[in-house]
Design a protein around this ligand. Structure first.
Ligand SMILES: Cc1ncc(COP(=O)(O)O)c(C=O)c1O
Length: 445
């Protein structure tokens, strides 16, 4: 039986949410309101998972992205994602406005959009707006926490070798400068056993442990970590948890407080498709007061989340463009996006698995991955595979020669077409055949 979806209310939400921010005259509504409304009617009775392969719906989404007609097929959306046209147009419009009188339009006009924007972000994250700070990326959000917490020499922090590089180096800098102890777990992904992961963190805890730093979706190969279970376990030991949500926010269907972490940082320019250079920080209300701002504020111990926003002159067009990205995202709906992107990943990965010599490095089970998967071809290094895909097939991916991982990371987005993925799988097939042991042997003989 089909689950009745509330498409109309999604649209209504997109519109309502637009209120206040400078998307009040929403470009999204002007450009896509009617089309989304028609599609909503057509697919009113479809559940998000039933929507995953409705190609006429997704064709409409694809058309909204100029990236879908780029000469190079972008399969590295995990790195940074493009914005759809309404977002690009909004940024352009705010940019032109700003340049008509920067201090007037930016500081007196556009700046008024921040509070409504905070509310819109909070609604998507299921959080209190007073817990949301808007900034420029996940690195800034998470460094704010990493450097904002009081820790003493000998205090321990547990992370893993598969957290994001900028965060690992932030902790290492604190270790070098202040003598905290940064412990890193090693994993052999993919892992389809939450308890095993939770246990690994648990076993690393000592009476000196103060913080666990966990990445919600591991950027290297897309493993989804059991964040909520880790947070529960950590709290039983009086330990706080920092969650890196760079690859989960705007893609996976969750509310930030439901993860039960204490701190959450994300970029908005990945799966939310907000303008490049936008990010968000969430701090549990009662913890705000004790976190020092990374960029100083006159009242560093204030309980007002806005103390993290004294970042000087930033790009107001980019910041306000987030509102249009939220409109576009809400027009689709998070669960529907999650189901589609997971479908796209499985679409190519399941076909690739049938090619001799091709290996997938990511679990294809729904709880353990969504957009990202790692792939390798026997006989090719990750860098060779990345280079061949680009130079011969105009497909952009990213090589992951890191620790025990030797693969290429592939991450489609809502604008990726099935025909794009067919092209990618064909390329893998050609490269795998060319580098098969038989062929290589023939060349050598
Ligand atoms: C897991 C993870 N965290 C944080 C970041 C940092 O994002 P940004 O460069 O937007 O600060 C990335 C970037 O790819 C990431 O993959």
């Amino acid at each position: 039986m089909r689950v009745k979806s509330n498409r109309r209310s999604f649209l209504k939400n997109a519109t309502l949410l637009a209120g206040g921010a400078f998307s009040a005259q929403s470009i999204f509504n002007q450009a896509y309101g009617a089309v989304f409304e028609d599609m909503s009617t057509k697919y009113n009775s479809f559940s998000p998972s039933e929507m995953a392969d409705q190609e006429d719906y997704w064709a409409m989404i694809q058309q909204a992205y100029s990236a879908s007609s780029a000469p190079v097929l972008n399969l590295n959306n995990g790195g940074v994602s493009p914005s759809p046209m309404p977002v690009l147009q909004a940024v352009e419009r705010y940019s032109q406005l700003s340049n008509q009188g920067p201090s007037y339009y930016m500081w007196r006009i556009l700046d008024q959009g921040r509070e409504p924007l905070r509310e819109k972000l909070a609604l998507l994250g299921g959080a209190d707006p007073e817990e949301i700070a808007i900034n420029r990326n996940a690195t800034e959000a998470l460094n704010t926490i990493i450097y904002g917490l009081d820790l003493s020499r000998g205090d321990e922090v547990i992370g893993c070798h598969f957290d994001y590089g900028n965060m690992m180096q932030a902790w290492r800098q604190r270790q070098e400068r202040e003598g905290i102890v940064y412990k890193q777990l090693d994993f052999k992904f993919p892992i389809e056993d939450d308890d095993f992961i939770v246990q690994a963190y648990k076993e690393a805890i000592t009476e000196k442990t103060k913080i666990i730093h966990v990445t919600h979706v591991i950027n290297w190969i897309g493993q989804i970590m059991p964040v909520k279970k880790i947070c529960r376990m950590a709290h039983e030991h009086g330990i706080e948890v920092i969650v890196d949500g760079a690859h989960s926010f705007g893609l996976l269907d969750f509310k930030i407080p439901e993860l039960e972490g204490d701190y959450f940082g994300t970029s908005l320019h990945k799966y939310l498709s907000a303008p490049i250079g936008s990010g968000m920080l969430w701090i549990k209300k009662e913890k705000i007061g004790k976190v020092w701002p990374l960029l100083c504020n006159g009242q560093p111990k204030s309980e007002n989340i806005r103390k993290f926003e004294t970042i000087g002159t930033r790009s107001y067009p980019i910041e306000q463009g987030i509102g249009e990205a939220l409109n576009f995202h809400n027009g689709i709906g998070t669960k529907r996006k999650e189901e589609r992107v997971r479908y796209l990943k499985n679409y190519w990965a399941e076909k690739a698995l049938e090619i001799p010599g091709v290996k997938i490095h990511t679990s294809l089970k729904a709880p353990y991955s969504c957009a990202i998967a790692g792939v390798s071809v026997e006989g090719l290094t990750p860098k060779d595979l990345e280079n061949y895909l680009l130079s011969r097939f105009q497909i952009h991916t990213v090589a992951i020669p890191y620790r025990n991982l030797d693969c290429v990371r592939v991450s489609p987005h809502v604008y990726t077409r099935l025909s794009d993925l067919d092209k990618f799988v064909r390329a893998l097939g050609i490269l795998a055949a060319e580098h098969s042991p038989q062929n290589m042997g023939a060349k050598g003989s």
